[in-house]
Design a protein around this ligand. Structure first.
Ligand code: NCD
Length: 303
């Protein structure tokens, strides 16, 4: 029995297979409509979510399965002081697979160590968000047709952004990938990420200036400043609008740039960019559902 806590647990071949399955689901949805009949997914969300939770639920329904769960820790026994381990053991009696989001890094791992069913990390604190990364990977694959030799700009909150940490961890395995980290000094990519890129000889650079780096990007991954991870509201207010992508800032961008964002967007991308053919963020939402379908099939070992 396997869980998915960190994207690095998937081999390159497994990622390829998940993409193949997702592509097949997109082309032949009827073939998959009853694959999970009689199975139940539990969504245990201890932190707010729109896309991730609903996309897991839609994924399970489209596979013919059922869904149970909660979307607020206050409505679960966590409010009475129950541990994550006990919640995981309990829910394993009701469901065949669990998707868990938690504000504490490592909570889904603790759940996986105690659950009797596979656990999928649906975002743990500032650490990892592997199913968002699967959505991002399918988007890149469909937009670019490859993962190799891409220059990927990450912009915004690179310190707390778990989607950034996860996507770097997935893309770093492909040859010729270069990362450009654009952030205010206070929200730089963590040192441990940089140290591990350096150790493996993976090319990266850091800047505070989005426009000067714009022309180099094949992909620009914008992110929200993660308000809920700040200790100090003033600091958040000072940093929240550090980067706002507008049509003017795209003047030097490549015509085949892919603009991505895990959403929710607050202010980071002007809505006037939504109609630009380079905007991919609503495609990411849709692709996320197909990749979650592929992942559920894999972890439940459905043929
Ligand atoms: C992201 C998350 O939860 O980390 N949202 C998502 O799942 N698509 C990004 C964010 O909240 O900024």
């Amino acid at each position: 029995m396997r869980s998915l806590i960190d994207i690095s647990e998937l081999t390159t071949k497994e990622i390829e297979e998940l993409i193949e399955t997702a592509d097949d689901i997109i082309n032949n949805p009827a073939k998959y409509a009853h694959k999970c009949a009689g199975k139940k997914l539990a969504t245990l969300f201890f932190e707010p979510s729109t896309r991730t939770r609903l996309s897991f639920e839609a994924a399970m329904y489209e596979l013919g399965g059922n869904v149970l769960g909660f979307s607020e820790s206050q409505s679960s026994s966590a409010a009475k002081g129950e541990s994550v381990a006990d919640t995981a053991k309990t829910v394993s009696c009701y469901a065949d697979i669990i998707a868990m989001r938690h504000p504490k890094e490592g909570a889904p791992l603790v759940a996986a160590m105690n659950a009797g069913v596979p656990v999928i990390n649906a975002g743990d604190g500032g650490h990892n968000h592997p199913t968002q990364t699967l959505a991002d990977l399918l988007t890149i694959h469909r937009e670019k047709g490859r993962f190799e030799n891409l220059t990927v700009g990450f912009c915004g909150d690179l310190k707390f952004g778990r989607t950034v940490h996860s996507l770097i961890s997935a893309l770093r395995r492909y040859s010729g990938v270069r990362f450009v980290f654009v952030s205010p000094n206070e929200l730089k990519i963590p040192d441990y990420v940089k140290a591990s890129l350096e150790r493996d000889g993976i090319s990266y650079s850091e800047t505070t200036d989005l426009e000067s780096a714009m022309s180099s990007f094949d992909i620009l991954y914008m992110t929200r400043v993660q308000r809920e991870r700040f200790f100090n509201e003033e600091e958040y207010l000072r940093l929240k609008d550090s980067y706002i992508l507008t049509p003017e800032k795209l003047q030097n961008a490549r015509p085949d740039l892919s603009i991505m964002h895990p959403l929710p967007r607050v202010n980071e991308i002007s809505v006037s960019i939504d109609s630009d053919p380079r905007a991919c963020y609503f495609k990411q939402v849709l692709y996320g559902k197909y990749m979650r379908m592929a992942l559920i099939l894999k972890l439940l070992e459905v043929e």
